[in-house]
Structure formats: structure tokens, C-alpha cells
Design a protein around this ligand. Structure first.
Ligand code: SF4
Length: 141
């Protein structure tokens, strides 16, 4: 699921059409949830953008439905994990996520060799284990 709108402005972003907050198209969460039910044989959803954490309450609803379907939830964000903990609504969404790839894309640290990441500063975080232990735990890939 790609969300529209991103404030991070990473140089070299692969998805610049998603930056504008008034571009794209408006889709009701109920519509997204209906689509998810049609694809209930899937086993997960990836939230990307754009910046998913600019729409935390809407995605919280969608994430709740994903959990009802027993799906795993991966999410890409330009924020860092620690920043997300500081905002009430963003933290609520974070608590629903299984794997978070965090941090801005940094062109001078671009890599094609690390799985799931665009640049080496980004981390692939096991969110549930991190919340439980109150420290960042990265997935071993
Ligand atoms: S956070 Fe992602 S979508 Fe936003 S500018 Fe950076 S690379 Fe692009």
C-alpha cells in the first residue's frame, strides 16, 4: 500500500511522485479494507510511500484489519524508530507493525547489496522484539 505525501525530501528518492500532499487520489480506508478482504489469501501487507506515518490513524485502522486477517505487516518510513516512539499516534501504528525499515534514503550510502534497503543507514527492525526489550533489535538477514 503506497501512501501519498512525504516530508523527508531525500535526494535520489525513487518515488518522487509520492511527495506531494495534495497529489494522488483520495481512497477511503473502508475501500482499502474491502480490497484486503478480497485478497484474504495473502499473508501480509507492506506499507510504503510517500511517508506512511503521515497518516497514522488511517493506517492504524488498516493495520487492525490486517491483523484480523492474520497478515504480517512490514512498513517503510523515512523517520527513525526512536522518533516514532515520541509521537502518540505514530507509536500506536508502530505497535501494530512486525518489521520496520527506517531512516531516510541517503544517496552517498546507496547500496544494492543489502536486502530490503536502499541505503546502508537504514535498519530492518523487528518491532515487536524491540518494543518488548526497549531497544532496537534488527532482523538478522
Ligand atoms: S522517505 Fe522515502 S518517499 Fe520520502 S523522500 Fe525519502 S526515499 Fe522518498
Amino acid at each position: 500500500l503506497w501512501t501519498q505525501g512525504c516530508p523527508h525530501g531525500c535526494i535520489g528518492c525513487h518515488n518522487q511522485l509520492t511527495h506531494g500532499f495534495t497529489a494522488g487520489m483520495l481512497v477511503e480506508t473502508s475501500e482499502v479494507i474491502s480490497s484486503m478482504k478480497r485478497y484474504s489469501y495473502h499473508d501480509g501487507i507492506t506499507l510504503s510511500g510517500g511517508e506512511p506515518f503521515m497518516q497514522p490513524l488511517q493506517l492504524l485502522e488498516i493495520a487492525g484489519e490486517a491483523k484480523k486477517l492474520n497478515w504480517n505487516i512490514w512498513c517503510y518510513t523515512g523517520f527513525e524508530y526512536e522518533e516514532l516512539l515520541e509521537n502518540h499516534d505514530r507509536r500506536k501504528l508502530l505497535e501494530m507493525i512486525d518489521v520496520l525499515i527506517d531512516g531516510k534514503f541517503e544517496l552517498d550510502r546507496r547500496t544494492l547489496s543489502l536486502p530490503f534497503r536502499g541505503s546502508s543507514n537504514q535498519r530492518v527492525i523487528d518491532v515487536q522484539a524491540s518494543l518488548k526489550e526497549n531497544r532496537v533489535i534488527e532482523l538478522e538477514l
